[in-house]
Design a protein around this ligand. Structure first.
Ligand SMILES: [Zn+2]
Length: 105
């Protein structure tokens, strides 16, 4: 159970800035603040905070770069449509639901 999730944002900041407190508790307070501000990355298996989006879907910096590489490879015809695995993995979250991108609708 997370004892920090009922704290206000101001209380979390006080914990983070209180140097007399244990380092681990201050880190956990910082993580709680980030969890409130950013959702987690929607790429399966990635739990990083999503500070970016790809086709309106929250993704982390690393996954966004990987998605960009995948897209560029696809448009450069280095990848076949069925090999765009990363974009398929987030297709179910897309508001317009590209049926050709949804592997298991
Ligand atoms: Zn990610």
């Amino acid at each position: 159970m997370n004892f920090l999730n009922w704290r206000t944002d101001k209380q979390l900041l006080e914990i983070i800035n209180n140097e007399s407190l244990d380092y681990d508790i201050r880190i956990k307070a910082q993580e709680e603040r980030m969890r409130r501000r950013w959702p987690s990355c929607k790429i399966p298996g990635c739990k990083t905070f999503a500070q970016h989006t790809w086709a309106t879907i929250p993704v982390c910096q690393h996954c966004k770069e990987t998605l960009t590489t995948e897209q560029l490879d696809y448009y450069a015809e280095k990848l076949l449509p069925e090999d765009r695995t990363l974009i398929y993995s987030i297709a179910p979250y897309m508001p317009w639901r590209h049926q050709d991108l949804v592997v298991n609708p």
